[in-house]
Write a protein that binds this ligand. Structure first.
Ligand code: ADP
Ligand code: MG
Length: 238
């Protein structure tokens, strides 16, 4: 179980304030989408949650426990990146199992968990292949598999579908929703795509220039945008 709470989260690079006093609570098992234009601070926020970026100030809590001081590998999260970042010389099976190997999970158990994960993503027939022998969509599934093979309280997904064509993106949206239901875990999803946000989320958090503009369910974001920016960005009727 993992509720994720961000408290006055802040980050600057030099004079550039990239995340500005962000307060946000993501409920256990919620599908929350962070949305906003390129450069608004979405990835930096995710990286602070998972521990890949040091907090400027503020705090991140998992189930009321502060985790800001913990290194990434001690946090109960798993992250999927925008670039697939698969190991080119490893097979699909080895790519998916790599994190478990690092965690010293017994070999027999790794095989079992990798097969189960691959089956849930419909790629069990690809386990022996290398990344270069896969299509974009298949690679994306492997990248997802690498993240979900680990049991984590929260899964963080940074624009995982942005490199796919429109048709595949549509299919993968549906799959991700099914995965979220099956895993029954907290998902924090980042996208700059309004349609993705509207169709997938329990709640949408709209950011601009490092500042949270509104956080609400899709119908409220669309029907009662908090300001002009949200209305324009989400394409609400005037
Ligand atoms: P988004 O994911 O919403 O596109 P990012 O969080 O990646 O935005 O970046 C927000 C801003 O922070 C951008 O202006 C980006 O150039 C800047 N930024 C991100 N990472 C660094 C870094 N390591 N050093 C300096 N500036 C950075
Ligand atoms: Mg980004």
């Amino acid at each position: 179980m993992a509720q994720v709470r961000l408290e006055r989260l802040r980050k600057s690079f030099g004079d550039n304030v990239v995340v500005d006093d962000l307060d946000l609570t993501i409920a256990d098992q919620e599908f929350l989408t962070l949305v906003g234009p390129s450069g608004c601070g979405k990835s930096t926020t995710l990286r602070m949650i998972c521990g890949l970026e040091k907090l400027g100030s503020g705090e991140v809590y998992f189930d009321s426990e502060p985790v800001g001081y913990l290194p990434a590998n001690k946090r109960d999260v798993s992250m999927v990146f925008q670039s697939y970042a698969l190991y080119p010389h490893k097979t699909v099976e080895q790519n998916i199992g790599f994190a478990l190997q690092m965690m010293r999970v017994p070999k027999s158990e790794i095989g079992e968990r990798v097969r189960k994960t691959a089956a849930s993503l419909g790629i069990e027939n690809l386990l022996g292949r290398k990344p270069r022998e896969l299509s974009g969509g298949q690679r994306q599934r492997v990248a997802l598999g690498r993240a979900i093979v680990r049991d984590a309280g929260a899964y963080l997904l940074d624009e995982p579908l942005s490199n796919l064509d429109a048709q595949l993106r549509g299919d993968m949206r549906v799959e991700l929703k099914r995965l979220h239901a099956d895993l029954a875990r907290t998902f924090i999803y980042v996208t700059h795509d309004q349609v993705e946000a509207m169709t997938m989320s329990d709640r949408i958090a709209v950011m601009q220039g490092g500042v949270l503009q509104q956080c609400a369910p899709p119908e409220e974001i669309y029907g009662k945008p908090a300001n002009m920016f949200v209305a324009q960005f989400m394409g609400s009727p005037p």
